[in-house]
Write a protein that binds this ligand. Sequence first.
Ligand code: TPP
Length: 572
Amino acid sequence: MDKEMITGSESLMRALKAEGVETIFGYPGGSIMPVYDSLYEYTRGEKKAFHHVLVRHEQGAVHAAQGFARTSGKVGVAVVTSGPGATNTLTGIADAMLDSTPIVVIAGQVGISALGTDAFQEVDLVGVSQPISKWSYQIRHADDVAWAVSRAFYIARSGRPGPVVLDFPKNAQTHLCEWTGPEHVKSVRSYVPYPTPSKSSISEAAKLINSAKRPLALVGQGVELADAHQELIELIEKADIPVGRTLLGLSALSSRHPLNKGMLGMHGQYALNMKTQEADVIIAIGMRFSDRVTGLPSTYARQAKIIHLDIDKAEINKCIHADIPVIGDCKVTMPAITKLLNKNDHTEWKKSFDSYFEMEKEQVIGPAIHPKEGPLLMGEVVNAVAEATKGDAVLVTDVGQNQMLSSRYFHYNKKRSIVTSGGLGTMGFGMPAAIGATFGAPDRTICMFCGDGGFQMNIQELGTIMEQQAPVKMILMNNNYLGNVRQWQDMFWNGHRSFTPMMNPKYNLIANAYNIPYELVVDRKELSSKVDKMLASKGPFILECAIKEDADVMPMVAPGKTIDEMMLKFNS
Ligand SMILES: Cc1ncc(C[n+]2csc(CCOP(=O)(O)OP(=O)(O)O)c2C)c(N)n1
């Protein structure tokens, strides 16, 4: 039989198809033109395999791939050109690395004979992306494409997921290679994505949980990534353990579950932060003790014995010492522990959270979500959307006060319901990530909360939303400030509002220019009807809310403080 000879670009198409890719977020340019020529065929007619979403900036392509990955559980794909196209992806790659999001970024590169000559649009992408990616590789020959793509997807999705970069010089795109079918990489030398848990760590963990009087489980995104929601429920219900969720772990356990005690950390639940300092055993599951969760690490939960379940050995003892590390996939380690647990009852301990909840409800939550007078507050807007969507929607946030308040007051009944930039805190993440989420979870309502600063950081993606008719419900919380920084300036920097007041454009005109339906809410009496109108609309929608200019996010653990120094009111 004749050998089938194809170009490297054609090989890329076949390899992506073999990985089950259906949606590609991208932006063309000189050194990726052979790939775009192949994409022309693969996005129409007989060969159609992909839907290509033309973004308006390469940062948008990567955030969209992240939003797709986070909602679908699949690997997100972004395709860009070399040089500026490649460097524009770096923020998204770093973001995906910190938040363990599986994406593959494929960037064009100058031909290998021109490498190192400062050729037009040449940048050492492998060099600059190596420290912020899980794997970064240059495909120098067309023959390597099928293998490199298979290995890239394997690395991106396996173990602790993360971003992979494929740098694709032009010669490797155009040269011919023999197609012998897709590769199926199933292992990589010295890479152990799913470590085998030690039996003794499991039995020690179970023993400690059985003896605990005041146990507390801290749940992170690892549970979502492992698809271990049911395994978590079985563990916490059998041992009767109250649960705090990290920002990225908010939909790892339904908001409605009776053992759910809310969100951890700087702007999390008062009761959880106070009780962390009283628990005798802490069971951390798929979370990494970020400084936003621990506050001052040297004073964090000193009284507690800590069991840390994580798939990534590097997380153990990185920030907080683990008395019992349980290294492995929590879908495996949790049931192994549960099997050894005694049925338990911690009614008194759980009840002891209540008085703190009452205090927070009275002093913070009530006034935040049901204010009686004054300008609109972010909390009441979030609450109105959360109630109208009944906990079934996906929350996508930008960064800042809008992020903290939407994550606090949204309701999460389904898994994979929060998409936010937790580790890197990337303003401008929300809008493109929400576009990706409409493709990752096409049957769900995607609600994107954003501040006026973040809205303008990737505002060009309104063009993508318009072209794709991506049904993103954009809730623009306009306080005419870079609110989060303004809050810190007021609290910790002498009230010097240094370059945080921000002049805004007329968003109705912007919405109009992009042909996106728009409403403005100034009076709270109109809030619920306008939220209903937004949710009833089929396509994209911008709901601008005129938010009180100097409202603060509370409660708060000030930077450098111990978590039980959490303030319900500033200076309280
Ligand atoms: C790319 C980037 N630049 C700067 C910051 C620092 N930063 C964090 S929150 C914030 C203010 C955000 O303002 P806005 O988008 O209006 O949202 P708000 O806090 O008012 O909800 C800034 C500037 C950041 N997180 N990301």
